[in-house]
Write a protein that binds this ligand. Sequence first.
Ligand code: FAD
Length: 499
Amino acid sequence: MITYDIVIIGSGLGGLKTAYILAKEGLNVCVLEQGKQFGGAIQNFKREGVVFDTGAHYVGALDEGQLLHRFFDYFDFNSKIKVKRLDSNGFDKISFGDQTTSYAHAMGFDNFAEHLAEKFPTEKNAILKYTEDIKDMGKAFPLFNLRSELGVGDVGKYTKASLSDYISSLTPNKRLQNVLLGSNLLYTGEEQKTPLYVHGLITNSYIQSAYRFVGGSGQLADFLIDSIRSFGGKVLNNKKVVKLEMKDSVVSYAETDGGERFYAKNFISNVHPKPTFEMLPEHITKKVYFKRVSSIENTISVFSLYIVFKKNSFKYLNHNIYHYRSNDIWTDLKYDVSNWPKSILFLTQVPNDGGDYADGATVMSFMNYSEFAKWEGTQIENRPEEYEALKKQKEEQMLDFVEERFPGIRGQIKSVYSSTPLTYKDYTATEQGAIYGVTRDYNQQSRNMIMTNTKIPNLYLTGQNVNLHGVLGVGVGAVMTASKFLGMDYLLQKIADGK
Ligand SMILES: Cc1cc2nc3c(=O)[nH]c(=O)nc-3n(C[C@H](O)[C@H](O)[C@H](O)COP(=O)(O)OP(=O)(O)OC[C@H]3O[C@@H](n4cnc5c(N)ncnc54)[C@H](O)[C@@H]3O)c2cc1C
């Protein structure tokens, strides 16, 4: 019987990055993935020769010297992965159904401010204050600067502050407020909940620099797995963990649905905390801590449309389009089914041949899990007709809205595919297909905070539910979890040195 140093449950980006760090440092690691495909939310799929991302469509802070680039050096990605830098003068373009203007989010803080000030000349001071504040936020969070000590700023003033109050305090100009909040799909902003830091850290990274993966973000998982195996670690698929057995108040082994047992000194779960705790004996999870963490609300889910274009028909756009039906982003998550979608994120895949025309595009919009919940338990690829009919109806509704932004686009489309909130749930086992795991809420900052440690001494958490979601967020989370075994200062030095 093998006893691993660490068993990691789940091969999402958080699980794999944590496994990479620990295996590289000589620990005997085994990753167990429930699905056939590794990578969780960064899985890719291919239709008619076009590679589509399911999550992780673009990343920030990847210019040399910036945080993600330093992480990518450490994970040995920079020499392997091909990326495409988006347009410096508008990596995101925000538009609203009630007017034809589009507003650019430009790269570089000064450039960002200059571009917006051109559109809002009387709001220059508000725009400058915003860019200074976002810059300061980036500096204030120690781990986002590879520092273990407390930062130069006061982190609490960003974690406990309301994003909506902050944006309103900058300017009464609703259009500018909505433009600043324009990339809301990146963090599911809610007026009464979202803390300032979530918006701040995420937009900070993209304003620094924004990139797409050429050939899909799933490569990150492939390269991590190759490296983990080369360090002597194991990464196994089709191993759904259903039970964490306890002995002497610690987890003794993880058992899969096939009855296999994996023994280890320590266990790290990359799975959402609620299903993780459901793997534990019932008497343990009755305690307050487990109830609190399991009851944290989840973020909304998402419906995605994947478009394959006719050859040489739709030009590749080297930027992302956020298009809103109305001039009120705070109502974005609250839709009724007849006026869905209220907003879309539209982006074209980097063309296979590097040419001027896009092979495919992805369109996303928020969607409540409840719309597809009644088909929970049905098999992927074998869903009932009623499910397929609703999915088709949603595709058409989404295309109608896309057509408003790109008149005539239907004529350029060869075929479409889509995924529902249930697809996300079934592929990643994320509660309610939640796009980014648990909700961050400034009213309940301490209650909703999920630490890497649990109340069981040898059970830890990693992934988007600790710290922050996204390629960058789960990287920082992986450092937090792995530091429990290696020491934070030691690990940060390794990352800073790129080894
Ligand atoms: C639609 C969408 C768009 C996104 N866009 C971006 C973007 O543009 N940029 C960006 O940076 N981020 C983006 N993200 C966020 C980013 O992809 C995620 O935050 C990140 O990939 C989450 O990684 P994770 O490891 O925490 O979790 P997951 O990817 O959810 O991984 C969890 C893993 O655990 C496995 N698992 C679950 N239960 C079990 C079990 N019982 N036994 C074994 N294994 C199990 C799952 O199958 C899965 O592989 C997007 C996400 C989505 C959904």
